[in-house]
Design a protein around this ligand. Structure first.
Ligand code: MGD
Ligand code: MGD
Ligand code: SF4
Ligand code: MO
Length: 759
């Protein structure tokens, strides 16, 4: 593997290697190494943290982890360096007459609990809200859900995974009736082709990308990068195919057209395992407050599906997707050849899309038509962004519509939650309330009068912050922010709670491949810092719900996980016991009779298959997956005369999201000190803009000034600009649009119309 990794290292200076890293590690025998999943991305690499005299002094990749086999990326290696930042929040701060006053933590928690109680008694349960994270640990998400839904009795709980994985979830539910990927990372070792659908794995899932490069070098596996922008992933791929934003909908349909018209359909698989559906169209874009939509699926025949695809011949689609006919046929032929094993990977390009649920359905359509699913190397693989978007946001279910098992709208799941939580069944409300965007609209309108944010930085990360920042500042809402550092969100808080960071507490995360990983607390947090779960429990107790939160301070993580495991008992979603997780580098659910499951829905591997056939899509009542008829529809805001450019936003390898942690890690900050706007060289030339010059980006909602980057990290197509969102001094989300997918309610950060001016 090493030779391929060396190749990756030369190509991507961002990636360091365990071997190189080891040279710089202290060799001192007093160092104790502790295992944990990495704090950052959804790949979920195993790290070993070296602790000496109570301080974390070094990090290396865990060679025993099957995810990364000892390798880490730059963020992984340097993660612990942010804990020491000088401006670390070490004590609670309470705003008094406009200034923050250092306050003992217990007093601050008294205030949070009394404010929450008072707000509920004056304005009702639905006037208080919590907004949490796919970076919250499993126990943190669990107690937040138990407090809001089980104790208080409101569904006002949502999380940042709404901005990230919601379309993946609704994609899974509509196509298969059960969330999360059927495959696993081992698919990489078997695939002949990797097709990425608008994501940049070299920077965002770097260790998985290096595993792909390794397979390319060893076995000649091919990488096809299908994207709207040339990135480091495109540069390292065998072929890069660019498309016009939003037209991936049409290209996916054109691929299905080709598969059917060339006779590449896996007929037996379709007969045994597939139903065809269509849903409503022209759904709108959620731009108005209180927007509501509910899809109405109807059954169709294969012939009707085939007829629908007549609008998507490669010739017709080439006209507006700007993908040439030859390239559409090339992609279709890769999927169509029964001898090829194909993995499709995607992340935010497909999820942050006003038709994100549809886009997820469409890629599943391709894999289902050809039967390339749930087998080693044949895998439609929705990548997760955050370290526990799967484990916490999706599995514990910190969304307004979710419970630790199932949805609030179904009586059987409310009954199960009520039983395990030991609360009256009637207390858990059956109607979802606010998804993330609507939650902050409700704050702005004054409908939510108390909000507590944990492990998120919404005033940098929400779309159209130009509306939501003034909204959060209004006196009508009491704002509590739990973080490890001051941020633009804590700037508007009434109470700031100092949280313990990752290794200063014990926890569990769940990564992209259904792998649950546990770690033990390794070092003490400074000052009054407290684990988030414990702060939630302390507030719950102060509100009078102590009997529902009987956990001990020392052992609450284990006690909570053991309680939570009861929700998922059985062959479909069994979770590994703690003893296993403490010893191994994680286990993959369904964990059943002592074993992880690598490929779901395949009777050879999955203990839950019981229909006597080769595959069983047991998430659906009749055991069949669904191929969806989903058309191309345009984006809500497209470039015009006044705003002639597409704005696309995203990330870079060095920084994590809003930069609060990575900008406090000196090497990462130095490597990428500030945000920028990438322009196509010809667009820059025609406007007389040179590299490094300040440029103003203006949309109908706001503006942002950034230096121009021409031929730097990435290359947008003509008529498009790209801005990373990690820099709190250049808030690009003041410019973005809060349109979302009507089914998933996930905003589209990848497309809106802007004008470019010299600043
Ligand atoms: N270094 C680093 N790594 C991270 C993160 C981080 O902050 N920093 N964050 C993690 C998280 S939470 C996430 S969600 C992931 C995100 O991982 P990615 O999705 O890989 O990254 P982004 O930069 O958000 O998305 C950029 C891509 O969107 C595509 N795109 C734009 N418009 C369209 C379109 O219309 N259709 C399609 N299909 N694609 C389009 C472009 O091709 C572009 O390459 O990264 C995770 N990993
Ligand atoms: N323009 C644009 N905006 C985007 C996106 C995009 O592609 N473009 N992507 C969206 C996506 S996919 C995502 S996932 C979101 C991410 O958006 P956010 O989650 O809001 O961003 P983060 O920077 O990850 O914020 C996490 C915060 O938690 C703090 N923190 C770290 N550890 C702990 C802890 O243990 N306890 C507590 N209490 N706090 C902690 C960090 O300091 C940080 O301030 O951004 C979304 N916003
Ligand atoms: S690839 Fe992701 S999980 Fe692995 S070291 Fe990098 S940031 Fe951490
Ligand atoms: Mo994300």
């Amino acid at each position: 593997m090493l030779s391929a990794m060396t190749a990756a290292a030369t190509m991507f200076p961002g990636i360091l290697f365990a071997k190189d890293q080891e040279k710089n590690l202290p060799t001192d025998s007093d160092i104790k190494w502790n295992k944990a999943p990495c704090r950052f991305c959804g790949v979920g690499c195993g790290v070993l943290v070296g602790v000496k005299e109570g301080k974390a002094v070094a990090v290396k990749g865990d060679p025993k982890s099957t995810v990364n086999k000892g390798l880490l990326c730059v963020k992984g290696y340097h993660q612990i360096m942010c804990i020491q930042a000088e401006d670390r929040l070490t004590h609670a701060l309470v705003k008094k007459n406009g200034t923050y006053v250092k306050t003992p933590i217990s007093e601050a928690l008294d205030l949070v609990a009394s404010k929450m109680k008072e707000t509920i008694s004056k304005h009702g349960k639905d006037s208080v809200a919590m907004y949490t994270s796919g970076q919250s640990t499993i126990p943190e998400g669990y107690v937040a859900s138990k407090l809001m839904k089980g104790a208080i009795g409101t569904n006002n709980l949502d999380c940042n995974a709404r901005l990230c994985m919601a379309s993946a979830v609704t994609g899974f539910l509509t196509s298969f009736g059960a969330d999360e990927p059927m495959g696993c990372y081992e698919d990489i070792d078997h695939a002949d082709y990797f097709i990425t659908w608008g994501n940049n794995m070299a920077e965002m899932h770097p260790v998985l990308f290096s595993r792909m490069l390794d397979q390319k070098n060893r076995r000649g596996a091919q990488i096809i990068d299908f994207a709207t922008r040339t990135t480091r992933s495109s540069m390292a791929s065998d072929k890069s195919i660019l498309f016009e934003p939003q037209t991936d909908l049409a290209v996916a349909n054109a691929i299905c057209y080709e598969i059917i018209n060339n006779g590449w359909v896996n007929k037996k698989f379709i007969e045994d395992h597939i139903n065809f559906n269509k849903g409503l169209t022209n759904m709108g874009y959620g731009l108005e407050d209180n927007y509501k939509f509910k899809d109405k699926p109807t059954s169709i025949s294969f012939e009707e599906f085939k007829e629908f695809l007549e609008d998507y011949t490669p010739e017709k689609v080439a006209l507006y997707s700007k993908v040439c006919v030859r390239d559409i046929k090339y992609m279709a032929a890769i999927y169509g050849d029964p001898n090829n094993k194909v993995v499709s990977f995607w992340c935010m390009g497909m999820n942050q899309h006003t038709r994100g649920t549809w886009m997820n359905n469409l890629v599943y359509n391709i894999h289902l038509l050809t039967g390339k699913i749930s087998q080693p190397g044949n895998s439609p693989f929705s990548l997760t962004g955050q370290p526990s978007a799967c484990g916490t946001a999706r599995e514990v279910g910190t969304f307004t519509h979710k419970l630790p098992k199932g949805v609030v709208t179904k009586e059987k799941y409310r009954r199960l939650a009520a039983k395990i939580w030991k609360v009256p069944y009637e207390r858990i409300p059956s109607k979802p309330t606010y998804h993330a965007t609507e939650m902050f609209r409700a704050v702005d309108r004054g409908d939510i009068k108390f909000i507590w944010t944990q492990v998120v930085n919404p005033l940098v990360s929400l779309p159209k912050t130009g509306r939501y920042r003034p909204g959060m500042k209004k006196d009508s809402c009491f704002v509590v922010v739990s973080d490890v550092f001051p941020t633009p969100t804590s700037d508007v808080a009434d109470v700031i709670l100092p949280a313990c960071w990752h290794i200063e507490k014990s926890g569990l995360y769940g990564n992209s491949e259904r792998r649950t990983q546990h770690w033990n607390k390794m070092v003490e947090g400074p000052g009054d810092t407290t684990p988030d779960a414990w702060m939630t429990i302390e507030v719950a107790k102060r509100m009078g719900y102590g009997d529902l939160f009987p956990y001990s301070k020392e052992n609450h993580v284990e006690e909570i996980y053991n309680e939570y495991r009861q929700f998922h008992e059985g062959p479909q979603h069994g979770m590994a016991p703690l003893e296993v997780l403490k010893k191994e580098s994680g286990a993959m659910w369904p964990f059943y009779k002592g074993k992880s499951t690598r490929w779901r829905y395949n009777a050879k591997y999955d203990p839950a298959c019981n229909n006597g056939k080769d595959f069983h899509f047991y998430g659906k009542p009749d055991g069949k997956a669904i191929i969806w008829q989903r058309p191309y529809e345009p984006a809500p805001e497209v470039p015009d005369k006044e705003f002639p450019f597409w704005l696309n936003t995203g990330r870079v390898i060095e920084h994590w999201h809003t930069g609060s942690m990575t900008r406090r890690i000196p090497v990462l900050h130095k490597a990428m000190p500030n945000a920028y706007v990438e322009l196509h060289p010809q667009d820059a030339k025609s406007m007389g803009i040179t590299n490094g010059q300040d440029v103003k980006i203006v949309s109908r909602r706001g503006q942002c000034i950034l230096p121009a980057a021409i031929n730097q990290r990435g290359l947008p197509t003509r008529g498009q600009v790209f801005v990373p969102f990690f820099d709190e001094n250049m808030l690009i989300n003041d410019v973005t649009l809060d349109a979302f997918c009507p089914i998933s309610k996930e905003p589209d950060y990848k497309k809106c119309a802007v004008r470019i001016e010299k600043a």
